[in-house]
Design a protein around this ligand. Structure first.
Ligand code: AMP
Length: 545
């Protein structure tokens, strides 16, 4: 073999912001701030302020490899820290404020964070952290002096004072592309959260996949609304892909209710929006409640949905009411996160709307860089027939090989990571997640997909949200129990719900019972908290029959 002669330039996160500043300097970053008003700046401004942040961090004694934490919504100051912190070789630790305070304390200790940047909304949480024992040495409030509230945080400094004093002519250092760039903890429903440590190389390679036409097709033509939080898996890589492509970004701050999002989409002429199903359900409720006509008022063409399964009903509503195409995607914190994306193939050109919706229910095909397979309990690969469901294993350059500060790796000898998901793959390569392995309902030796049942139930107009869990059964070991939250002002009974499901799922999948509740428990990343639901319904027994 002979060595290639191409230049060996490291893939660094700083190259993304350098590119955006040179070639897309005027593309806008629009933020709804915690202080209230809409703020406008450009990629050029983000670059300058990121350099100022790097200078300020250096002056504070932050060294390459140190962990710098954020507790912040999606906004321009958070974006400049993405580049300032990682660009200087330190590690940006985006903390999920929706975790329990004890978990936040745990991960700040585990990460060994030295400095915490935080938004105004989190002052009480940070006051609590100050009283706890953590390695934090400095606290920076992401605002200016005028908006600083009285608070009990020693040595507190305002972000604008911190960076405003710096010249902003910092030169990004060059170093090994395998250096850690950011850290994000999984919100495991059991045990302590685990740290996923991304590298510069993995973040840049992942951005290319996000920008690719058969990935999320992010380009300079898009105005992208990032509803997915920047504290959850780097907002699906969009802060990096945005700079790589020069897209115009819209960052919604703390206002994630249906009305605020709708107004932002309309006023900022958003073309692409990304978020988990729950936020889109809230948006749709707002549109229905206020009698709006999004297709006439908005420029939305695509909505990327991931994090949980996108029910057919949501894709249908976006198509009919908004004239927008839902791009269903699957991934996880351990995968940076993008694994599969549901784009259509040339053979689907003549599909009917109904046929298209059936494809959109699937999580899509692997993007280049993600090698995946489904296997049975013995590790034997299963057929791609759209029916055989098995454990989903993945490997690739933006998939984790281990967790932060854990000795043992988390991959098998062939380098595959077990996602904990169960999936089918059809003959066109479309993956469909049927369950988390621990949520599968094992009935009489067969598996029932809780996700498929939930998505079918959501199709009923009176249903706001639905969860399906396994309950013990004498004869069948486990049977599905459907738990439903009705839309405000709607009523529904067990018989009507079951009659609706009949014909939409196999008869033997039909839930043994339907229970109505006011709300369902969620995890810190907005997923249904099935473990808690199973605990709540531990003693539940379905009616005889
Ligand atoms: P997180 O690491 O918090 O992003 O969670 C990752 C998990 O969310 C995956 O392992 C899946 O179980 C679930 N997930 C993500 N996207 C989807 C999707 N489109 N459909 C179904 N489940 C999903």
């Amino acid at each position: 073999m002979i060595k290639g002669l191409m230049q060996d330039r490291p893939l660094l996160v700083s190259t993304l912001i350098e590119h955006a500043a040179r070639w897309h300097a005027q593309a806008e970053i629009v933020s709804r701030t915690c202080e209230g008003p809409i703020h406008r700046c450009t990629w050029g401004d983000i670059d300058r302020r990121a350099r100022q942040a790097a200078e300020a961090l250096t002056a504070l004694g932050v060294r390459p490899g140190d962990r710098v934490a954020t507790l912040a919504w999606n906004g321009y100051r958070h974006l400049e820290l993405y580049y300032g912190v990682s660009g200087m070789g330190a590690v940006l630790h985006t903390v999920n404020p929706r975790l329990f305070p004890e978990q936040i304390e745990y991960i700040i200790n585990h990460a060994g964070d030295r400095i915490l940047f935080f938004d105004l909304s989190f002052v009480p949480l940070v006051e609590r952290l100050v009283r706890a024992k953590t390695p934090l040495e400095r606290y920076v409030l992401l605002t200016d002096r005028e908006h600083r509230p009285p608070c009990d945080i020693p040595g507190l400094i305002c972000h604008e004072d911190l960076i405003g004093a710096q010249p902003g002519d910092y030169r990004w250092p060059q170093f090994d592309e395998n250096t850690a760039s950011s850290l994000c903890y999984t919100s495991g429903t059991t045990g302590n959260p685990k740290g996923v440590l991304y590298s510069h190389r993995s973040s840049v390679l992942h951005s290319w996949a996000v920008c690719a036409a058969d990935g999320l097709a992010v380009s300079a033509h898009e105005t992208a609304l990032l509803v997915v939080p920047m504290f959850h898996v780097n907002a699906w890589g969009m802060p990096y892909a945005g700079a790589m492509s020069g897209a115009r970004l819209v960052l919604p701050g703390p206002a994630l209710d249906g009305r605020s999002l709708y107004e932002l989409m309309r006023d900022e002429r958003v073309t692409l929006a990304l978020g988990v199903p729950t936020v889109w359900l809230m948006l749709l409720q707002h549109v229905d409640g206020a009698g709006l006509r999004p297709a006439d008022e908005l420029c939305l063409t695509r909505v990327v949905i991931g994090g949980s399964s996108a029910p057919r009903a949501i894709s249908e509503r976006f198509a009919t009411t908004f004239g927008a195409f839902v791009v269903h995607a699957w991934g996880m914190t351990e995968m940076s996160p993008v694994g599969t994306v549901c784009n259509l193939l040339p053979k689907h050109a003549g599909c009917t709307a109904e046929e298209r919706l059936t494809i959109q229910e699937k999580q899509g095909r692997p993007v280049y860089g993600v090698d995946l397979k489904i296997v049975d309990d013995d590790g034997v690969s299963l057929a791609h027939d759209g029916k055989a469901a098995g454990h989903l294993l993945v490997r690739g350059p933006w998939i984790t090989g281990g967790y932060y500060r854990e000795e043992a790796g988390c991959v098998d000898e062939a380098g595959f990571f077990d996602t904990g998901d169960v999936a089918t793959i059809d003959s066109d390569g479309y993956l469909q997640i049927t369950d988390r392995a621990k949520d599968v309902i094992k009935s009489g030796g067969e598996w029932i997909s809780s996700i498929a049942l939930e998505n079918a139930a959501i199709g009923h107009p009176a249903v706001a949200e639905a969860a399906v869990i396994a309950v013990e059964h004498e004869k069948w070991q486990e049977r599905p129990l459907l738990i439903v939250v009705c839309r405000p002002g709607s009523t529904l009974d067990r018989e009507t719900m079951l009659a609706f499901l009949k014909g939409r799922v196999a008869d033997w999948w039909l839930p043994d019972d339907v229970v109505f509740v006011d709300e369902l428990p969620h995890t810190a990343t907005g997923k249904l908290h099935k473990l808690r639901l199973r605990q709540m319904f531990r003693d539940y027994r379905p009616p005889p029959g």
